[in-house]
Design a protein around this ligand. Structure first.
Ligand SMILES: *Cc1c(COP(=O)(O)O)cnc(C)c1O
Length: 308
């Protein structure tokens, strides 16, 4: 398991690449939610999501270990983050994407300097291909969440929240494969354990919710939730034990509530966030956090939306 030490090391390692994103406050959202509402603005992060934190920590270590080639298997925010940092470090990167990938995602990866390889339709097919390409080229495969360095990098979000808003009572984090929440839980519970951390999943992508209930890793069918960053089918075997040990609560939100929250943040706060981020706001708006008059920080994890 990672500890606070690994997250402090990650902070050092990535600080020349990432932005320290602001924490925003909204009086209107506070009234609607019955809490004092703050928002950690990772949608304003380099590459448009927090994924650059874990990717930078992992890719930098790989390059110091003499890796001369990087691969990953994600067409989404993780793929864009890996393409960006590999390009910054002048290491070639191949991002394996599905055959039916959206044009806008291809363009984003290319714009960050990554090479795209189309392969298969399922995430398993892509994963095998990306690992194969890495091996053939003496490269390193960068996992999206189930990796200690990636988890430690994402955990720097937790450190920043505590440093920027010392009166934080509750932090709300969306859960996909669990890289972000396991890092944030470690950072917060090992330095300020009284701060509550609540996880959020879409109703139809409730793999971590079910795994916690069953006390073991539980796989679900692929979800079609609008929160496309949260469609993991089961938690990581490295991330899940951290969640099990530290999480205070986990709540589920519907796609309709996610859309409502995304629109509200756009209208009232003038911030464009993606549906995966809006899950945290949806949970707060619908009383699912079961707290009142607290200082609540929702992590706005990303802002990459195809506006058309
Ligand atoms: C990846 C991602 C998540 C989920 O993070 P995990 O580490 O997989 O739990 C949430 N929101 C956005 C915008 C993401 O890109």
């Amino acid at each position: 398991m990672i500890g606070l030490k690994e997250i402090l090391e990650a902070k050092q390692e990535i600080q020349d690449v990432i932005h320290e994103t602001p924490i925003l406050h909204s009086t209107q959202l506070s009234e609607i939610c019955g809490n004092n509402m703050y928002f950690k603005a990772e949608h304003l992060q380099k590459t448009g999501s927090f994924k650059i934190r874990g990717a930078t920590n992992k890719v930098k270590k790989a390059v110091k270990g003499k890796a001369r080639f990087i691969t990953t298997a994600s067409s989404g925010n993780h793929g864009q983050a890996v393409a960006y940092i590999a390009n910054q470090l002048r290491v070639p990167a191949t991002i394996v994407v599905p055959e039916d990938v959206r044009e806008s995602k291809l363009k984003a990866i290319n714009a960050y300097g990554g090479t795209v390889a189309k392969h298969g339709l399922t995430s398993e097919e892509r994963l095998i291909k990306a690992e194969e390409v890495a091996e053939q080229n003496h490269g390193v495969f960068i996992p999206p969440y189930n990796d200690a360095l990636v988890m430690a990098g994402q955990g720097t979000v937790g450190l920043e929240i505590l440093a920027q808003l010392s009166e934080t009572d509750v932090v709300v984090v969306p859960i996909g494969g669990g890289g972000l929440i396991s890092g944030v839980l470690t950072a917060i519970k090992q330095s300020k354990p009284n701060v509550k951390v609540i996880g959020v999943e879409p109703e139809t992508a409730n793999d971590t919710y079910l795994s916690l209930k069953n006390g073991e890793l539980t796989e679900i069918p692929v979800s079609t939730t609008i929160a496309d960053g949260l469609r993991a089918i089961k938690p990581g075997y490295l991330t899940f034990p951290v969640v099990q040990r530290y999480i205070d609560d986990i709540v589920l939100v519907s796609d309709d509530d996610i859309k409502e929250a995304q629109l509200l943040v756009l209208e009232r706060m003038k911030q464009l966030i993606e549906p995966s981020s809006a899950t945290t706001v949806a949970a707060a708006m619908h009383g699912k956090l079961h707290v009142k008059d607290k200082n609540v920080v929702c992590v706005l994890t990303g802002g990459n939306v195809d506006v058309r």
